[in-house]
Design a protein around this ligand. Sequence first.
Ligand code: 5GP
Ligand code: MG
Ligand code: MG
Length: 182
Amino acid sequence: MSMHDDIEKVLVSEEQLKAKVAELGAQISKDYEGRNLVLVSILKGSVVFMADLMRAVSIPCSIDFMVVSSYGGSNTTSSGLVKIIKDLDGDLTGKDVLIVEDILDTGITLSNLVPMLKMRNPKSVKICTILDKPSRRKADIQPDYEGFQVPDEFVVGYGLDYDEKYRNLPYVGVLKPAVYEK
Ligand code: 5GP
Ligand code: MG
Ligand code: MG
């Protein structure tokens, strides 16, 4: 059985992702030239984008990983805190932090995480997300670098999951309604 059979439609193709990642990598390489870039991947969703983006960046940089979860799992309030499940390994002092995300949805996660990272005395903190769902935004936060805007639909693939599955789809798509009824 193929995962592809569960996809109703493809929103962003493999080719589109590849071209956009190359574009973002070139822009980031230019903007961060001569600086102290650290790419911070928020696991697990950004793992595929991170792996592609870091290879599209042509300047020296380091990488680090973080696992976070919103308290209570509630997405209805923008005043929630973010719980750090796995913290970064490295010190951020003096670093130019670029958060690498899969999707900016309500923005609640990052609007809480950015101030927490800023308390660690980095030189700067910016956001790079491959997908953006602006129609769902609850927190006052925008990406500094973004790949594609998607409509208000639940998307999977390119790192994004439904019930921990479909992360390994090489494109971004929408599931058939029947999948949710299983
Ligand atoms: P936010 O705090 O911006 O609402 O939440 C962002 C996180 O929720 C994303 O990093 C992602 O893990 C998850 N998320 C938001 N929208 C979607 C979606 O359409 N599909 C999937 N698979 N995850 C999503
Ligand atoms: Mg995420
Ligand atoms: Mg998920």
